[in-house]
Design a protein around this ligand. Structure first.
Ligand SMILES: [Zn+2]
Ligand SMILES: [Zn+2]
Length: 452
């Protein structure tokens, strides 16, 4: 009987243990309850390749504005003319979106179809490229997963995924341009089967169908149930070009949506950094990793600018790239080359750690000899401000004056209250004439969250 009770007790403990493992994934706050994710996050740094692409772009399906027009349309009833330099495909009428040609060969400059964007991305060395047209555009009405333009976007991505060494993805930009009902802001969602529209009549009367006019809290609820297209990969959602108080000053956060919104557009076309907004979002509890994007409304940027979105993934597939974006394995850099990888307590950047007070960093940064301006000059580890103010503070830093291709740094930090750590890297091109560093550096890593 004694042995029997022990067995029963062990079985109960095992069951409780198993259920807490299944439902909480080692009680890792806000993380995916998935042991394969935890296993991947603990792979050595060498397991992760660096891929470069663009997760935000607009084609001719963003009909009302872009490189094909002289000016953007403010009202659908007052269309603006096509740009005089645009080689207009035969039969397209600037007043009528239903005349858009679906033959990519007819587009030769300024703007084109998703196929034209993907072709140029391949030619210009992009590893991945995402088309994310605005869903309030007339071409995407009425909102339906069977909408012919949405179907063209999905099918074109399928076609271009047949090319080797390239990943094509379709998504959309949800654009809420009013502060009513939960705030203002734009959000990208990638590879969802369906899409929704935030239109509130911004270019004419609000459309009557119920899928339009979705507020930000409604949209967050929709994200919680969004399914990946053809069940392949992960639906990725991120904040676009945020201002410091957008998204109702970062309101409407809960554990589920915090886990699902994973990226933050810290630069657009390598323009200035959205530092204040980024730190405010992090300090309000959002777990978002920094990305750069083009947000191009035409094709020229693909030719003129290096791919801005940088992802750490084991292989170049749609599944691996979307998993990396969902797991926050990104960093943003204003430099063209160089590679940043780091882990804390054996977990790769973007992870959330088990509660601990000791943090063993392992940081590796490579820069090529061909880019002397991109050599590392300072690495800083930052955390949220100790006094609770809306800021960060420097935990520790090293300065580097050498000319090494690879810098490895393994600091150990004891800390009892940080919510996250992230890396800020200053390169040679961040030094001003009087020898100071520019304030923000030019490489910003994804954080590691402490689980507090
Ligand atoms: Zn936008
Ligand atoms: Zn956009």
């Amino acid at each position: 009987m004694k042995i029997g009770s022990k067995v029963l007790l062990c079985a109960i403990i095992l069951l409780v243990g198993l259920s807490s493992f299944i439902f909480t994934g080692f009680a890792r706050k806000g993380e995916n309850c998935n042991s394969s994710v935890l296993k991947e996050q603990q792979q050595p740094l060498s397991y992760f390749n660096i891929y470069r692409g663009n997760t935000h772009s607009h084609t001719i399906f963003t009909w009302t504005h872009g490189a094909h027009r002289v000016d953007g349309m403010t009202d659908l009833s007052s269309p603006t003319e096509f740009h005089p330099d645009w080689n207009v495909p035969q039969g397209i009428d600037w007043r009528d979106y239903s005349t858009i040609s679906l033959n990519p060969e007819e587009y030769t400059n300024r703007q084109g179809l998703p196929a034209n964007h993907y072709e140029l991305a391949i030619e210009n060395g992009y590893d991945f490229y995402v088309v994310t047209d605005h869903t309030q555009e007339p071409s995407l009405q009425p909102v339906s997963k069977n909408n012919p333009v949405w179907q063209v976007m999905l099918r074109t991505a399928d076609e271009f995924n047949k090319y080797p060494d390239f990943v094509a993805l379709a998504g959309f930009e949800y654009s809420r341009n009013t502060t009513a009902k939960g705030g203002r802001g734009h959000i990208n969602t990638i590879i969802s089967t369906e899409y929704v529209n935030a239109d509130h009549g911004q270019r004419g009367p609000a459309p009557p169908w119920p899928e339009a006019n979705w507020s930000i809290p409604q949209f967050y609820n929709w994200v919680k149930s969004a399914k990946p297209y053809q069940s392949n990969g992960y639906v990725v959602t991120g904040f676009n070009h945020p201002q410091p108080d957008q998204f109702n000053d970062w309101d409407h956060i809960d554990d589920e949506i915090e886990n699902l919104i994973s990226t933050f557009e810290i630069h657009t076309r390598y323009n200035k950094i959205r530092w204040e907004a980024y730190i405010r979002a992090l300090n309000k509890g959002w777990k978002v990793s920094p990305i750069g994007v083009l947000d191009n409304h035409g094709i020229n940027e693909i030719i003129e600018l290096p791919p801005p979105t940088i992802v750490l993934a084991p292989e170049l597939t749609g599944e691996a790239i979307t998993r990396a974006l969902r797991q926050r394995r990104t960093y943003a850099s204003w430099n063209e080359e160089g590679e940043l990888r780091y882990a804390v307590n054996g977990f790769i950047m973007g992870s959330t750690l088990d509660s601990t007070d000791i943090f063993n960093f392992h940081i590796e940064i490579k820069t090529p000899a061909t880019k002397p301006d991109e050599r590392v000059r300072r690495i800083r580890i930052l955390r949220n401000a100790l006094d609770g103010s809306d800021d960060v503070e420097v935990v520790t830093e090293i300065v580097s004056t050498g000319n090494k291709d690879k810098i490895v740094w393994d600091p150990v930090i004891e800390d009892h209250s940080a919510k996250y750590f992230l890396l800020q890297i200053h390169h040679a091109n961040d030094l001003t004439e009087n020898g100071d560093f520019n304030p923000h550096g030019s490489t910003i890593s994804s954080p590691v969250w402490t689980g507090r």
